[in-house]
Design a protein around this ligand. Sequence first.
Ligand code: C5P
Length: 219
Amino acid sequence: FQPKFLAGLKLLVTAGPTFERIDAVRGITNSSSGKMGYAIARAAFEAGAEVTLISGPTMLPTPTGVRRIDTVSAQDMLAAVNGEITHQDIFVSVAAVADYYVLNPSEQKIKKDAHILTLELAPNPDILANVASVANPPFCVGFAAESENLLEFAEAKRRRKKLPLLVANLVQTAIGADDNEVILLDDDGQHRLPRANKSDLARSIVKHMARLYNRYHPE
Ligand code: C5P
């Protein structure tokens, strides 16, 4: 039995890393398997939502019932999000978006030699902060992976990006693993979810999200 917490709602989720091209074969990316974002997409579909998943490069199969759009770079992901965001009720940003892109990627494979190679990097747009700052934004949920000062950094991020809900985890316990341990941060404070596999965690996160969404959008 799976209660349909999100029946009638449209939910957009980003997942996985982004990949920023250096040349024909190389690039800059982040450590992210995509497992958490895909688990959120699956749990939201089980909870009755109409789910669109915008994914960076991953090896994962598309969850049943979920519409998936594949992207590579942060700019691609931003364009895909912008193309889908109108009419969404909820936006869950799980993707580990690369913070920088390479200013002048090479069409050809760069040949190695004994010299120092310098890459010029420019900051990528913050997809979630963009979505959360429009007039009448969807209900926005962020993720934050920190390696230290987890709660302090995560709460600062939640406020800066204007998010009703942020899911905080330590990178040491989260990346690539099948299970995880997270703390939910919202206007009521902290809610610690016990260590569990990412599917069960995703169900708990979706349940909490639905409860908050209903509080912000009473019938
Ligand atoms: O990278 P950061 O720790 O700021 O990520 C926090 C949240 O912001 C995550 O939900 C992530 O998906 C989102 N984000 C984004 N675009 C970026 C950087 C982060 O949507 N360029």
